[in-house]
Design a protein around this ligand. Structure first.
Ligand code: PSU
Ligand code: MN
Length: 307
């Protein structure tokens, strides 16, 4: 396992990795930039507990004091949830934030790269970045996708949020050779909704089957990620049409304010939460917990067949 001046792995995570036990990586941008305080910190803790209940050790990842930290304590979670101005760290930001010793919350791209440095293979989040609407002009395509092309860490999300162009995102994933599997249904989900209007390229119904797919992919030396889409629980789903109105309004506001670059995704997430009141936040919390449970099961199964 890589361990150097830039990597600080929590002893519990080190022990689990050395013994070949299941570990699930978790990101921190969702804590610092994806949800309001205090729900962000409460949810982060609950997600860790759910990962444990499903047989895996949680490893929330962030950059603190010039180090990539894998596995955070309670104080660190609270700090990331409460502090204003925590850097949103994607791939390009990593060397800057580390060398300048700036506090950073890691995106999907940065989290999966750091997880892979420690040999963690399963990563649970809410939603990934992708190809933005209007990308044919703006070229706004998240580094999450290019990272997924290279790094051997499976990403579990509730599909792709329709702030993005879901069709183009699925095309791009295909181009990059990233398998997209939906758990237990034919439709590809769109974060708040169980469907997106697009069929899922692949479907599997058992965590064990997903673990076997991961093993086959990486034993074949097919590098890169697998996107595992887990639909939001039915009871918490927000209908697609209803969400579309909110998203259009949020996109219009971003346009009006001239929001660009790395600020786009956090701006849209915040605006949607404001416009849809507590409903979107409740759905967001429910789906990430749902993902943590499935991620724990897949990681447990993967650990078992990888020994
Ligand atoms: N999409 C969501 N929720 C999130 C994010 C995206 O539905 O919290 C966050 C993730 O951390 C993701 C990042 O990696 O935003 C993508 O940002 P960008 O589009 O700037 O690459
Ligand atoms: Mn972008």
């Amino acid at each position: 396992m890589l361990n150097n001046d830039y990597l600080l792995i929590h002893p519990e995570v080190v022990a689990a990795l050395q013994e070949g036990r299941a570990v699930v990586a978790l990101e921190s941008t969702i804590i610092s930039h994806g949800m309001p305080w205090p729900q962000n910190v409460i949810t982060a803790r609950e997600v860790e507990t759910i990962v444990r209940e499903n047989g895996a050790v949680p490893a929330t990842i962030a950059i603190l004091d010039g180090k990539c930290c894998i596995g955070l304590n309670d104080q660190q979670l609270e700090f990331l949830g409460q502090t204003q101005g925590v850097w949103k760290v994607s791939m390009r930001d990593m060397p800057y934030v580390i060398s300048q010793k700036i506090a950073g919350a890691t995106t999907v791209a940065a989290t999966m790269r750091i997880a892979s440095m420690a040999g963690i293979r399963i990563f649970v989040t809410g939603g990934i970045g992708g190809v933005h609407r209007g990308a044919e002009k703006s070229m706004d395509i998240s580094a999450d996708l290019t990272e997924m092309a290279h790094t051997n860490v499976a990403v579990l999300s509730a599909g792709v949020k329709s702030i993005l162009d879901i069709g183009l995102t699925l095309e791009y994933l295909e181009t990059l050779g990233i398998p997209v599997i939906t758990y237990g249904q034919d439709a590809f989900p769109s974060f708040y909704s169980q469907e997106s209007g697009y069929p899922s390229p692949l479907r599997l119904n058992e965590p064990q089957a997903i673990a076997h797919l991961l093993k086959a992919k990486w034993e074949l030396l097919l590098e890169g990620s697998v996107l595992i889409a887990n639909p939001v629980p039915k009871a918490m789903e927000i209908p697609r049409d209803k969400m579309e109105q909110t998203i259009i309004e949020a996109l219009r506001e971003a346009e009006r304010q001239g929001i660009k670059g790395k600020l786009v995704t956090p701006f849209l997430l915040k605006k949607i939460a404001e416009l849809s009141g507590g409903e979107s936040l409740a759905a967001n919390i429910a789906l990430i917990k749902n993902n943590a449970a499935l991620g724990g099961k897949i990681a447990s199964s993967f650990a078992l067949i990888s020994q």
